[in-house]
Design a protein around this ligand. Structure first.
Ligand SMILES: Cc1ncc(COP(=O)(O)O)c(C=O)c1O
Length: 461
């Protein structure tokens, strides 16, 4: 199919001409570092951009190309790159020590601020990543309920540990199971087969499937873990009443409801998705935005559930936990930078971008739609609606998306992280001028997208 899309080939050719330094680095790095990158999710063909530095809304690659960055570290850089207040905070902290491995006062300050934003966070423990947060939260849930099984949503990503590298964005080939009762499939090799029994999978936005699993596995389920908005599937919003329905069902069947707010936390609203949708889970996981660009995660919730840790039944440990450099960055981020007022500003900039996309899609008759929530948005190259992972996978026009992504990058705009399942992230350092440049770039490549869409349609007919 790609062969029909000559603009994709041309865009990749231009990308290669502009980025020889990235190509060379990845080739050399691949000798010592698998795939030449620090995380599997960073690699894409022909090779990923290699970065030299970042500041504000901009990022520069090793060839000196400047980009306006709307990937923003997959949402983690909500406060923009090299935020001056964070630079100051870590410069102040470094001479006071970057690790204590003992209790210190910044911990309480951050726990209190998170509790202010998330009243359900009666108790919280800090981690170094979202993966650690979701790993520990499941251990706590299993211990509290004395059950091993977990329900997760098909397509949701919760990090890179064995319990959750399951049915993450699965391809719909082979034995993927019934749409309402998806098969549990591994998303990585090296995970014990026993996980297939322990992790049960349901589609997003389908309460009946959850109820059926709860009945079939009565008294065996510890928790349902969910991204309240699917932000690893472009943007899929919960249907009205869906999250509330999960809340009710969790109470009815005596299981725990866990919101993985690693991507949504302190971003959709000061109190994240819990505030935005006014639903209180039992436990919540946070990371990304809360650290202001430093590696900080957290998990917590009901004090009686977190007592599994305080009463010594569950281990949560880590040499680097709550290192003061990261904690000071987190505290500065949440108390001095992400004040309640900035949320309207980023939402309005994101809305301006969404509107620009809509107008251009219309003008060039490109089948597509824009999905958005707070500072996040994305263009989907389909006019069919999607309410879960399978529907997105079925409808999205991936070759067209790739043509778009490389076309935008060649115009000096990183429109979002690579991959149709990602989305743009507006930071508090983006400006209206940045948004307008983004729209102008899209307008510039729109004719090639319209032509590519037609060619792909003809090839399929
Ligand atoms: C919803 C969600 N949960 C968990 C994680 C894992 O977080 P980390 O990459 O910090 O380990 C991610 C990462 O993108 C995520 O999007």
């Amino acid at each position: 199919m790609l062969a029909d899309s000559h603009f994709l080939d041309e865009n990749i050719e231009v990308f290669k001409q502009r980025t020889p330094g990235s190509a060379k680095h990845i080739e050399l790095a691949s000798e010592r570092i698998p795939a030449g990158v620090g995380s599997n999710l960073r690699y894409y063909d022909p090779y990923p951009l290699v970065i030299e530095r970042a500041e504000g809304s901009r990022i520069w690659d090793v060839d000196g190309n400047e980009y306006i960055d709307f990937a923003m570290n997959m949402g983690a850089q909500f406060i923009g790159h090299a935020n001056p207040k964070i630079n100051e905070a870590i410069t102040k902290q470094a001479p006071l020590g970057t690790m204590y491995t003992m209790a210190h006062q910044l911990e309480l300050g951050l726990a209190e601020e998170l509790h202010r934003r998330y009243p359900m966070l009666e108790q919280v423990r800090f981690t170094n990543s979202g993966t650690e947060a979701t790993m520990h939260v499941l251990r706590v849930a299993r211990s509290y309920t004395n059950n091993d099984k977990i329900i997760k949503i098909e397509g949701c990503y919760h990090g890179a540990h064995d319990d959750v590298l399951i049915s993450v964005k699965p391809e719909l080939i082979g034995r993927s199971g019934h749409p309402k009762y998806p098969a549990t499939v591994f998303s990585s090799r090296g995970i014990p087969d026993s996980k297939l029994e322990e992790v049960l999978v349901v589609p997003f936005n389908d309460l009946d499937s959850v109820r059926d699993l709860l009945e079939e596995n009565f008294n065996e389920i510890a928790a349902i873990m969910i991204e309240p908005v699917m932000l690893n599937a472009k943007i899929i919003l919960p249907d009205p009443g869906y999250l509330q329905g999960l809340r009710k069902m969790a109470d009815e069947y005596n299981i725990l409801l866990i919101f993985d707010e690693v991507k949504t936390g302190c971003r959709l609203a000061p109190g994240g998705a819990c505030e935005y949708f006014d639903v209180q889970p039992d436990l919540v996981c946070l990371a990304k935005a809360i650290g202001g660009g430093l590696p900080l995660g957290a998990f917590g919730g009901r004090a009686d559930v977190m007592a599994e840790i305080s009463e010594g039944r569950v281990v949560h440990a880590g040499t680097y936990n709550t290192n003061p450099l990261v904690m000071r960055a987190g505290l500065t981020t949440l108390t001095e930078i992400l004040t309640d007022e900035v949320y309207d500003q980023v939402t309005s900039l994101s809305g301006r971008l969404a509107e620009g996309y809509r107008q251009t899609l219309n003008k060039y008759h490109i089948a597509g739609q824009v999905v958005e929530i707070s500072p996040c948005g994305a263009v989907a190259f389909t006019d069919k609606s999607f309410k879960n992972w399978r529907e997105l996978l079925l409808h999205e026009n991936e070759p067209l998306f790739d043509t778009y992504w490389f076309g935008m990058v060649n115009e000096g705009i990183i429109p979002q992280p690579f991959g149709f399942e990602e989305q743009w992230s507006i930071s508090i350092q983006h400006t209206e001028a940045d948004i307008d440049q983004h729209i102008e770039a899209f307008e510039k490549i729109a004719p090639q997208l319209a032509e590519t869409a037609k060619a792909l349609e003809a090839a399929e007919a």
